[in-house]
Ligand binder design. Structure first.
Ligand code: ZN
Length: 285
């Protein structure tokens, strides 16, 4: 639950909160067993998930839930509510954690609302975790609802998405990459098409430092979001990525994620990580 505490009023303050809260109130009448929250920034998804838990457990007037004032709202905001469970966030979710929660999901909630189990970073689920959750969703779990948070639904297992209601928060405005990063990005895409002009770059001493590599990674991630959501009109890079097709885009997403992890290790040379990104996508087409 670390990092989840916020003042109760913050439950109603995130990107697009007005419309989203109205939507959650409507959904609450027949709460879907599983809700995927996509879009927005990570903090928006996190807050929207808490707002959903509060909407389902608030004791305020139904048309004004979450009221952000009752004990349930306050406890949910602080992450100490008995019928609120959170998985992941700073650390990856393990299958054991999910297995340990199974008996509790078999029990009704302790309060009068619904038990809400929130899964952060659902796009990074280990396959064993995804499968456990799938099995969990296949059985009725009276009194329980599940929330999966991910940047885009395409990054989740399709079978999980098809069992869920998807709520989309307003997409964050993509920022144009800085000129040096834009140049590297163009070189990467050109390398995929021609097999040329990449290793000269990464081989130039001092050119590919950690900061450049990290900024290039986030530029790739932004273009990936544009490509996945079909919003490619203003971005040649996103158009090129879109040509990878759904499977290729998912693979690129995984490649970026592994590259990010590699870059977090101080002993790894950034230039090698960049070479790996470039060749990982070429080797498999
Ligand atoms: Zn309340």
């Amino acid at each position: 639950m670390t990092g989840m505490a916020c003042p109760p009023a913050a439950l109603c303050a995130f990107a697009g909160a007005g419309q989203v809260l109205a939507r959650l109130r409507t959904l609450a009448a027949h709460a879907p067993q599983s809700l995927v929250i996509e879009g927005g920034a990570e903090a928006d998804r996190r807050t929207a998930a808490l707002a959903w838990a509060a909407t389902l457990n608030c004791t305020g007037r139904p048309e004004a839930r979450p009221c952000c004032q009752c004990p349930a709202c306050a406890q949910i905001a602080q992450g100490v509510f008995l019928d609120l469970k959170a998985f992941g966030g700073e650390e990856k979710i393990t299958a054991d954690e999910v297995r340990e929660a199974l008996p509790e999901w078999g029990q009704p909630p302790r309060g009068n609302g619904l038990r809400v189990s929130i899964f952060h970073g659902a796009h990074e689920f280990h396959p064993a975790v995804a499968n456990l959750l799938l099995k969990t969703l296949e059985e009725p779990r009276p009194g329980n609802v599940f929330v999966l948070l991910a940047p885009q639904r395409e990054r989740l297992l399709q079978t999980l998405v098809s069992r869920s209601f998807v709520l989309t928060l307003p997409w964050p405005e993509p920022l144009a990459p800085e000129p040096d990063v834009a140049e590297w990005l163009a070189a990467l895409l050109q390398f995929w098409d021609t097999g040329r002009g990449w290793f000269e770059r990464t081989g130039t001493k001092g050119a590919a430092d950690r900061s450049l590599a990290l900024r290039l990674l986030s530029a790739c991630q932004r273009e990936l979001i544009l490509a996945v959501s079909g919003d490619t009109e203003n971005s040649p890079a996103a158009r090129r990525l879109a040509r990878l097709g759904p499977l290729g885009l998912r693979r690129f997403d995984l490649v970026l994620e592994q590259a990010q992890e590699a870059l977090n290790q101080p002993t790894v040379m950034p230039a090698l990580v960049l070479d790996w990104i470039a060749t990982a996508m070429i080797a498999k087409g």
